[in-house]
Design a protein around this ligand. Sequence first.
Ligand code: LLP
Length: 479
Amino acid sequence: MVSTYPAGVQNSGSQYLPDLTLAAANRSPNQELLPLTARINHHDCLEIGGCDVTKLVQQFGSPLYILDEETLRTACRQYRDAFKRYYPGESQVLYASKAWSCLAVCTIANSEGLGIDVVSGGELYTALQAGLNPDKLYFHGNNKSLEELTLAIESGCTIVVDNWQELRTLTSLAAGEKLRAGEAGGSLAPRIMLRLTPGIECHTHEYIRTGHLDSKFGFDPNQLDEVFTFVSQQSSLNCIGLHAHIGSQIFERQPHQDLADVMVQWLDKAISYGLPVTELNVGGGLGIRYTESDDPPSVEEWVKAICEVVKDACAAQQLPLPKLLCEPGRSLIGAACVTAYTIGSSKVVPEIRTYVAVDGGMSDNPRPITYQSVYRAVVANQMSVPLTETVTIAGKHCESGDILIKDAALPQTQPGDILVVMGTGAYNYSMASNYNRLPRPAAVIVNAGEANLILRRETYQDLLRQDCLPGRLINSQFG
Ligand code: LLP
């Protein structure tokens, strides 16, 4: 079968290599399909971070997440530098660790000066263990448990309050803490931000503005007066700012510009209630390039667009510039990672399609089956070979829908070839499961020819680690 790949593009995996020409110098990782260090070596194999991907699979097994440190650090720096360039006030970029929470990734974000946004006690624990200063930790979530709120207060992170229930719970928890702290001679009013639902809804490539947004997150903006009144009366809470997040994998700039504009108005209102608000967090959401037709703005363009709106809106309202925060996940880490699989069996369904199966699937990347997400792949051991086949890449799970890529343009493959799926840094490991009792893959970080494990491959023993077999079941036999 001849590839149906669009005419005019190179006919091999090399078409996905990052553009390193001077003209492309301002591109950011979120505009590339492969990590910035991707090269083809003289064996026609894909190299990332100076490491031959086929050799990494020999050493660490497959499936294997391969995280390119340089790409991740570049994205962190681009965010940080863009704020420095376009925003004269204070700013802080937070890594949305829901995209991929582990010690190594949190440590890198920290070392690049980023803070971290967490959405659970587990993510908070991970970030704290990675050495994050609680001043740079922000805790989100629409249903934080008492245990999580207590951990948050004790850790000293900022709590992004989502709803009335949480506000009341936190008020009484904080009052108790304050009493205890008072006895000890200190004051522990937890820092909070209020999450508001802006009425801007994004469906990846389009957005709508509505008065009432059907979202489980955040306070309804129609209740601002009530919320601000309540918070202004709580001496046990220190409300430092406002937060909103409108969606993920967004390519337009206008929705975030509208968001920034409306948030400055809310800030003005909060100040009129006497709240000591100085921080504005516009959330995350900048999209990345999963296929050649995706064309997201660069990190710099996105940051610039937001900064300009905030500056203009503050000037118009005669407000001092707030500390401006954003919390990207996908656009920081998405393009920095690929997943390498080993190709196994295949099946030709005459006149319909050819299935080529790999040794992972929906357990290590649930995004195709969950969101119908589209990915691209290359064959790491034949990077320059013409794309003569159109095949469907199937996972190994007992589920017909376990398809990673439909109609992938590939060279002819054989069992043992290494298939690399690109753009798997965000919401892959973090959403991975043990479905069908598959052990979760290992992850390595690569840099300048060195590869180090950052997550061990799970073993069969790991799979049984939480299993309990009550004694009365042990001798229970049939009949
Ligand atoms: N802040 C908040 C409050 C969020 O809810 C999210 C993502 C982010 C920041 C980071 O957004 P990003 O920059 O990564 O777009 N599992 C889905 C994505 C869910 C995103 C949820 N919230 C996926 O795989 O596409």
